[in-house]
Design a protein around this ligand. Structure first.
Ligand SMILES: [Zn+2]
Length: 200
């Protein structure tokens, strides 16, 4: 019996337990009692998720170290990276907004990438990392707070609103954060269930 087939999956909606079976491509497993989705087959294997995570790490590094926005107003030009924008927001007296932006667009995505790498690199090499269970649970929380897409859309909306007042243009950091958003969506589609099956 494979690791997957040896597992039980409990429906989050009604609590019914099911014995797990490997799913064919495109198959969605549903609860026999309430028809809630128990899991989907996905084509992303561990090396693919690792490759996507490394790419996300590089894109996120570019996203936070280069300008997300540049403004030209009455001959003077201003530009800011994501950390500079958060510090400036704090300096303007908007401490709560700055703190929320720092947690959701900086700390949580960085933690999400770091935890994924910490878990995936040893697993790809056939080892189980120290504190595996704690890290997978922390990854679950980091992905809930990870809202880099909200920040990206917020900057895009600001660009549209500012376009009538000043010469505003997106910086390379904004394109990199847009790429991070897509990469995170692809990584999250793999979920965390497949990680547990690697170590049982
Ligand atoms: Zn159910």
């Amino acid at each position: 019996m494979s690791r997957e087939e040896d597992s039980l999956v409990v429906c989050e909606q009604c609590g019914m337990a099911h014995r797990w079976r490997s799913l064919g491509r495109g198959v969605v497993a549903r609860c026999v009692r309430c028809e809630a989705v128990l899991g989907r087959s996905h084509r992303l294997q561990l090396p693919t998720v690792l490759a996507l995570t490394v790419t996300a790490a590089v894109a996120f590094g570019i996203g936070i170290s280069t300008d997300v926005l540049s403004l030209r107003l009455r001959g003077a030009s201003h530009s800011a990276t994501l950390p500079q924008a958060i510090i400036a927001t704090w300096g303007e007296g908007q401490e709560i907004i700055a703190a929320v932006a720092a947690i959701t667009a900086l700390v949580a995505p960085a933690l999400f990438i770091a935890l994924r790498l910490y878990i995936l690199v040893p697993l790809a090499a056939g080892r189980v990392p120290h504190g595996f269970a704690i890290c997978v649970r922390a990854l679950h929380h980091a992905s809930r707070w990870n809202m880099v897409e909200v920040f990206t859309i917020g900057v895009l909306l600001s660009l549209v609103r500012l376009s009538g007042l000043a010469d505003a243009a997106p910086g390379p950091g904004l394109f990199a954060l847009g790429a991070v958003t897509l990469l995170f969506a692809a990584i999250e589609s793999a979920g965390t269930k497949h990680l547990w099956w690697q170590v049982r």
